[in-house]
Ligand binder design. Sequence first.
Ligand code: THU
Length: 131
Amino acid sequence: MDDLSLGKLAVEAKSKAMPTYSKFHVGAALLAEDGKVYNGGNIETSSYSLTICAERTAVFQAIIEGQRKFKSIAIASDAEDYCPPCGACRQVLLDLCGKDLDVILINAKEEIIKYKITELIPHSFGEDFLK
Ligand code: THU
């Protein structure tokens, strides 16, 4: 799957989000090494801090289905501009998807930009500290 196609799946995944309070839809499409794609959308609750981001819904779903190796994740939102993952999601993506993960952002014009997860979370904490 090419990056733009994965980006478009992230745009589609926004329709599954449940941003009851912010009204800000975020969609994610996570590509596993075997070619399977996992969608995610942000889900909000009345206790705002219990909200979960789109990226994490996708990753946790993939993990629970037994996936352990990932190529890339695409992220789309209601903003005109690219929507980069929040700090918490950067840590989760690094820990659960690995240092080689590509993070593809897609804006409202369906232009894409790509980063390595390690560019987005430099000087990171990680499993090496816990050995
Ligand atoms: N949000 C995400 O889903 N992913 C991010 O990386 C940034 C923020 C969501 C959380 C919340 O539902 C809404 O965007 C506004 O913060």
